[in-house]
Design a protein around this ligand. Structure first.
Ligand code: BTN
Length: 241
């Protein structure tokens, strides 16, 4: 798999840049990496504070499958980021995947992933944009979401090194996904998940659910068991009881 790479000192958002490239008719795969973002965006319309020193990159990945299959790439990316973080921190057990696609170190968020698609608005996107932010040397202070950085965990690295390792890790996990399908990815993600089998809280736009995180379904939805029923949740924020 050939993947180009383009570096910026500053860009509004590496995801937005990927979208412009795709809209311009680019048909291949490319990483966009930037030292800073002036309008970094997070999940569910939130801002992603993007000051120099942290890592901001997006992979524009050409795809020929339906939206449901394409969305599996967020779990592929989570596993790739998890490996990079575990490798740098020379640790394994404390690095966990939090549904849908955060990476935690000792329960604190170190990375977020934002998946978007481009195309003609149909069911089959032309590209998936996989935006990845990793806290390398600092992290935002938000009491609701405890966070950390590689530096705060005791490891000082250059964002360039992160790019190099992430590119290799993503290529590895994408090829496993292509060869073995989502069942392998789903199992690998579950093997490294935080909160599986435990009581959790899921915040949805207009309700809060408390129940047991029993499984991940074949589409990557979180299965929550409460009041004797099971609900498949496709979007929401998870908190640990
Ligand atoms: C989250 O809310 O947890 C997802 C955050 C994703 C941030 C990354 S940084 C690189 C890419 N460009 C963006 O504007 N967002 C993603």
């Amino acid at each position: 798999m050939t993947i180009d790479l383009r570096r910026f000192d500053v860009v509004d958002s590496t995801n937005a840049e990927c979208r412009r490239i795709a809209d311009g008719g680019y048909g291949g795969n490319i990483w966009i990496v930037s030292g800073e973002q002036s309008a970094g965006r997070g999940r569910r319309g939130r801002e992603w504070v993007s000051r120099p020193g942290n890592f901001f990159a997006s992979l524009l990945y050409a795809i020929d499958c339906d939206l449901r299959t394409a969305s599996q790439l967020s779990f592929v990316a989570a596993l790739a980021v998890r490996d990079v973080v575990a490798d740098i921190l020379q640790s394994n057990d404390s690095i966990k995947c939090k549904w849908p696609n955060d990476i935690l170190v000792g329960g604190k968020k170190i990375s977020g992933i934002l998946l978007e698609t481009t195309g003609l608005g149909g069911e089959t996107p032309s590209h998936v944009i996989i935006g990845i932010g990793i806290n390398v040397s600092h992290y935002p202070h938000n009491p609701q979401y405890p966070a950390t950085s590689l530096k705060d965990e005791g490891y000082t690295v250059e964002p360039e090194l992160v790019m190099d390792r992430l590119a290799r890790s993503m290529a590895h996990w994408i090829s496993r996904w292509k060869d073995h399908g989502f069942s392998l990815i789903r199992q690998a993600w579950k093997d490294n998940a935080r909160g599986l089998g435990q009581d959790i809280i899921v915040r949805l736009p207009d309700e809060e659910l408390r129940g047991r995180f029993v499984d991940l379904d074949d589409n990557g939805a979180l299965i929550l068991e409460f009041d004797g029923e099971r609900r498949h949740i496709t979007a929401g924020d998870v908190f640990f009881a």
